[in-house]
Design a protein around this ligand. Structure first.
Ligand code: PLP
Length: 347
């Protein structure tokens, strides 16, 4: 693995140093520092570590064996991830470097990674924290005459190998438990401070739900709201399909995902799959969904960037129908890597 820090160089750190002015793009004064992630690097006062006060993204990079680019990678859905990072950071009011700086950092990390693991696919994790306690502005936006001063947060990109377990989960499918998340489906709008639907670093609850599922012999979780709506997995988006018979004897596939306004993260995999499905003439639907819709569906999946499309084989111990053909089709849609268009309320 390789880590790339996005940081101010010594001489321009601090409020008195030359600011990365608004005109040149916030954060354009940052330099990239490639480092070994096994070495300590974070201050013990970093609010990302002490409070989970930060945001992240997890993307995948596919090794491309082009003749001129033998150790190159193509990052999947990079624009969607960078847009979601900016939107999560906006929700937490954490200033972050511009997309172009993250892109350069990811490229630098992938180049270093490819030297140690040529031809290997990679997981690329982007992290931005509010920074150390006592950072300029206390971790809030720092304004000076030129616009926004030095960025107060801590920013890095971690590039690591894809874990072996991911393909296994895709092939075997998932035994899933429905677990109550304890919020109703209107909470995101009423209580924005709960940061529903943002990819914040505060994932301890999500990880605890996965451990609970494991203690019951299950592989994964689908959260429900206190008013009984289907939400999302702790690290994935729920999709279901229905085969709708047509008057002419053919079938049309309808692909449905829960409503984003119910307080879930807008999935980049879901967005990409829906864009390709729309082009193939599939009907697209958006919740509200209830557990009965999952039990009645012709197939249910959990989708995410690293594990991709994993079929749900069991829900609360009950076997669900499988559809290998549709699973293959969804993986093909994901591989098309289309930019998500404006498809319905989650678009
Ligand atoms: N929902 C949650 C809560 C997640 O953490 C994730 C990804 O980790 C997803 C959905 C799936 O998002 P994506 O398809 O962008 O990986």
């Amino acid at each position: 693995s390789v880590v790339v820090f996005l940081e101010h160089s010594e001489h321009d750190a601090g409020p008195a140093g030359p600011a990365a002015g608004a005109g040149s793009g916030v954060g354009s004064g940052l330099r990239l520092r490639v480092a070994d992630p096994r070495l300590p690097a974070l201050l013990v006062t970093d609010q990302g570590a002490t409070r989970g006060d930060g945001v992240f993204e997890t993307m995948t990079a596919v090794a491309t064996a082009g003749p001129t680019d033998a150790t190159g990678h193509r990052v999947r859905k990079e624009d969607s991830h960078l847009e979601r990072l900016a939107s999560s950071a906006g929700a937490l009011q954490i200033p972050i470097p511009p997309a172009e700086t993250w892109r350069r950092a990811a490229t630098a990390g992938l180049q270093a990674f490819a030297q140690g693991s040529p031809g290997a696919d990679a997981v690329v994790k982007l992290v931005a924290t509010r920074g150390p306690e006592g950072a300029p502005g206390g971790g809030h936006y720092v304004r000076d005459a030129a616009g926004v001063g030095p960025l107060p947060g801590t920013y890095w990109v971690l590039v690591s190998p894809v874990s072996e377990g991911m393909a296994g989960a895709r092939e075997r499918g998932l035994k899933v438990l429905l677990l109550d998340r304890g919020f109703d489906s209107g909470i995101a709008e009423r209580a924005p401070w709960l940061l529903m639907g943002t990819k914040s670093l505060s994932y301890a609850v999500n990880m605890a739900a996965l451990r609970h599922a494991a203690s019951q012999g299950a592989d994964d979780v689908i959260f429900t709201s206190s008013d009984g709506k289907v939400l999302e997995g702790p690290t994935s988006t729920v999709l279901l399909a229905r085969r709708i018979p047509q008057p002419d004897g053919t079938e049309r596939v309808e692909l449905i995902t829960p409503l984003r306004s119910s307080g879930i993260l807008p999935g980049t995999s879901q967005g990409t799959i829906f864009a390709a499905a729309a082009q193939s003439g599939w009907a697209l639907g958006y919740g509200p969904l209830e557990p009965a819709d999952l039990f009645d569906a012709d197939a249910v999946w959990l989708v995410s960037s690293v594990r991709m499309v994993a079929p749900v084989t069991h829900l609360d111990g009950e076997e669900l129908p499988q559809d290998a053909g549709l699973t293959e089709q969804l993986n093909a849609f994901l591989a098309e890597d289309l930019a998500p268009g404006d498809h319905g309320p989650n678009g």
